[in-house]
Design a protein around this ligand. Sequence first.
Ligand SMILES: NC(=O)C1=CN([C@@H]2O[C@H](COP(=O)(O)OP(=O)(O)OC[C@H]3O[C@@H](n4cnc5c(N)ncnc54)[C@H](OP(=O)(O)O)[C@@H]3O)[C@@H](O)[C@H]2O)C=CC1
Ligand SMILES: O=C1CO[C@H](CO)[C@@H](O)[C@@H]1O
Length: 283
Amino acid sequence: MASIFDMTELNNGVRMPVFGLGTSGNKDQTVCNETIKAAVDAGYRLIDTAQMYENEEQVGKAIHQLELSDKNLFITSKLDNTNHGYEAASKAIDDSLEKLGLEYIDLYLIHWPVVKGREGSWQEDNIETWRALEDAYDAGKVKAIGVSNFMVKHLENLISNCRIKPMVNQIRLHPGVLQEEIVVFCEKENITVEAWSPLSPLKQMSEDEKVKAMMEKYRKTIAQLLLRFSLQHNFIPLTKSSKAERVVENADVFDFEISKEDMDYLNRLKFDDLEAPDVDEER
Ligand SMILES: NC(=O)C1=CN([C@@H]2O[C@H](COP(=O)(O)OP(=O)(O)OC[C@H]3O[C@@H](n4cnc5c(N)ncnc54)[C@H](OP(=O)(O)O)[C@@H]3O)[C@@H](O)[C@H]2O)C=CC1
Ligand SMILES: O=C1CO[C@H](CO)[C@@H](O)[C@@H]1O
């Protein structure tokens, strides 16, 4: 991976940055302003928010301070679990556009496949909700549409019942949680994979002697090793910090390559306290 400015092409031809800034937990306007400015200065172009994070307005304000047209930002938001269903989802997309202060959103995702009150009918629910995303796509309100936390059965159901195939699936991925079945499925279906919480094993890995040796060998922090690991898997990592200096540190991952032997070691790591979420649990 040569540069933070590299782009990948989605299955509809839209180009998406290969490295992203997460914003979950950053609601404070000053924190949003400082971290988003630091990110864009460091080369991040993809910014990930969600209705659930209750910060679309703050993220919108922060990006509008940056002379958006010059910076070519790629903004993602996600449908809140309470907004499933055609009517509610259509309205929710308009709400996101308004809160973000944008004419269009680059990527809009269904956040979770199984939600409260609709757990017994997730198949129909996802098909109906997806129709709202398809119509918003046709109307130019969103430039790409996708899903998050969808496993193979959820995607199979959607793909066999939709007009427009999802372009992206955003799932939890890091050493210890590699979710191979869904990753291979997405590769086969040409659905781009984003990795959420890529830094989850920071603490666990800090106690690992081999990882400590890698830090010396590559002269990188564990956070940087984890983000590089994600890039070498061809995932788009989304990483968040409330501190501008960490946002900058996390972007400094395009000048080294983790060897195959070290990747194999990181791929084999397992942690008792880190696992993939149970996506069938209602939310
Ligand atoms: N689709 C989904 O269901 C989900 C999507 N997401 C998305 O993915 C994004 C990333 O996931 P998230 O778990 O937030 O982020 P990360 O995996 O990047 O981890 C963030 C945590 O690590 C800390 N951190 C960040 N950088 C460093 C560093 N260099 N050194 C040490 N600690 C560091 C942060 O603390 P501090 O802020 O104090 O620096 C924070 O506690 C989210 O923000 C969100 O946009 C996340 C979860 C679920
Ligand atoms: O996007 C998200 C941010 O973090 C939350 C708590 O871990 C998740 O549940 C959610 O999906």
